[in-house]
Design a protein around this ligand. Structure first.
Ligand code: FFO
Ligand code: GTP
Ligand code: K
Ligand code: MG
Length: 464
């Protein structure tokens, strides 16, 4: 059901900025706005054209609250699809509150989180996946997550899904028709064409499902675990990467007990660095819990940075020891990309540097303390990330709800395909198609319910 009441909210962040925007949407938005606005040119807002801007004062009876600019959007030509006005007032919290309270007295009600965008969806201005992308766009804090959200908001993949759903719907009705003529044993739906469509759908679904792995990682930051023996400089490296004193550093082995995580954007991609407890044999209960956690973090990490103290590797036999340690890690986590860092390179002379490079393949020498070579590490991390899909502007699924529907839709499509290949009766096939159509509709919002909408929009901020 499409609501008709007028909602109001602050659209800009609360607190003081130079300007704040208060937005009203609903059938009576312009009438209500007009009732508190005195134009400097005596204009009546209700008779102004859409997408026009007007200077005047907000009046609470004879009291002037502020000098403002009011913009007018006439439904359906607005973000929400309803009549909308925006009041740009001065950014004082006091003024904002006075104006909002005045509007509430004039018949508006406070908007719920996401209610403007919910209305845009209900009025057909956005489909559901586009509306959800709006929330992602607002929370995007790096180039990659921004690009994905922008692509989705422009309709990136709901268009594609809606088109496929349309084609599938076409076949569904032909197959339904066959059911009406069951006696005659006719086939209205061309089986070859139908098979071709199912293959096409399967291909698209699989591509979208695969993109989720990339999408999810980009949205949450690529987890990178920094591991190694105690005192090799893991926490110092974390601090050097983040450029702040995030973790405690000391010459005491076993300083870091619990893992410490923080985000850093490198080349437009978010990375989540995890500083861990140094790995060694220990009797200390707390330290050994920390070490167990380190192994869990390695498990979850997308990339492992293995640190060693290159200055302690110069005694005889120590290379052998390190090779054994590295083999252990590689055997334990054979599929993890591993970057091997020789830290404390500031303590080495050139001779020692070339010796260690010869002994340990692909070692990257750096000094976390002196912040030397940290950029090389950043570049190497970037080279691990498959950003091909991003560069090609391909659609990337980041939303768990979509992912879930895509998996279910694929399952149903494969059932239909199997039915077609094994000459399943039309009535049973029709059931599977219906289920697939349902899952497609769940993504675009063509199929929906209040609970789902409630969940989605409750996560928005107020004013959006
Ligand atoms: N001041 C302001 N800035 C904003 C928004 C807003 O609502 N207000 N937006 C809100 O998220 C975003 C822009 N999105 C918008 C989308 C559609 C329309 C709109 O008026 N659409 C009309 C007509 C377009 C035209 O003719 O120029 C339409 O769809 O018919 C406005 C904003 C970001 N910036
Ligand atoms: N010379 C030099 N010293 C370093 C470097 N990196 C770290 N250190 C020193 O090595 C010691 C240990 O550093 P941490 O960062 O605490 O080492 P850690 O690996 O986090 O240690 P645990 O958390 O105890 O496992 C400190 O005294 C650091 O100042 C470096 O690049 N060069
Ligand atoms: K330490
Ligand atoms: Mg540490």
């Amino acid at each position: 059901m499409i609501p008709h009441d007028s909602i109001v909210a602050l659209a800009t962040p609360s607190g003081a900025g130079a300007i704040a925007v208060i937005r009203i949407s609903g059938e009576d938005a312009i009438v209500i706005g007009n009732s508190v606005f005195r134009s400097i040119k005596n204009k009546d807002l209700t008779t102004q054209k859409t997408h026009t801007l007007h200077l005047g004062h907000i009046m609470d009876n004879s009291k002037t609250l502020d000098e403002v600019l009011v913009s007018i959007f006439k439904g359906p030509n607005s973000y929400t699809g309803e009549n909308t006005i925006e009041i740009s007032c001065h950014g004082s919290t006091y003024i904002q509150q006075q104006i909002i309270q005045l509007l509430l007295r004039k018949g508006c009600r406070m908007a719920n989180p996401g209610e403007f965008t919910l209305r845009a969806f209900l009025n057909g201005k956005l489909d559901l996946s586009q509306a959800e992308a709006v929330a992602d766009l607002i929370s995007s804090d790096n180039e990659a997550s921004h690009q994905i959200a922008m692509q989705q908001m422009r309709g990136g993949f709901s268009n594609e899904i809606a088109k496929l759903r349309e084609e599938l719907l076409n076949f569904a009705s032909l197959i339904e028709l066959e059911l009406d003529f069951a006696e005659e044993d006719v086939e209205f739906a061309d089986r070859t064409q139908f098979h071709e469509l199912l293959n096409r759908i399967e291909f698209v679904l699989k591509r979208l499902i695969d993109s989720f792995a990339v999408g999810n990682v980009i949205k949450n930051g690529i987890p990178v675990a920094i591991v190694g023996e105690p005192n090799v400089g893991k926490s110092t490296l974390l601090n050097a990467l983040l450029n702040e004193e995030r973790a405690i550093v000391s010459e005491i082995a076993g300083t870091t007990r619990d893992t410490i995580e923080d985000e850093l954007v490198i080349g437009g991609i978010g990375f989540r660095f995890i500083d861990t407890a140094g790995i060694r044999e220990t009797e200390d209960v707390v330290e050994s819990i920390g070490i167990r956690k380190t192994f869990e973090k390695i498990e979850q990490a997308q990339v492992v940075v293995y640190l060693l103290d290159s200055s302690s590797q110069m005694t005889d036999g120590s290379f052998k020891q390190i090779q054994i340690e590295l083999e252990k890690i590689k055997n334990k986590f054979p599929l993890k990309p591993l970057i091997i860092i020789g830290n404390k390179a500031d303590k080495l002379n050139e001779n020692q540097k070339s010796k260690i490079k010869n002994e340990i393949d692909n070692i990257l020498l750096l000094s976390a303390k002196e912040k030397l070579g940290v950029d090389d590490l950043k570049n190497q991390l970037l080279s691990f990330v498959n950003t091909g899909a991003l560069r090609n502007n391909e659609t990337i699924v980041t939303n768990t709800r979509h992912y879930d529907s895509l998996l279910k839709a694929l399952d149903e499509i494969q059932k239909v395909k199997y039915g077609l290949e094994t000459n399943l009766s039309s009535d049973l096939m029709a059931l599977d198609i219906k289920e697939a159509l349902y899952q497609f509709g769940m993504i675009t919002g063509q199929v929906t319910n209040d609970e789902l909408l409630g969940n989605i929009f409750a996560n928005f901020c107020i004013g959006k």
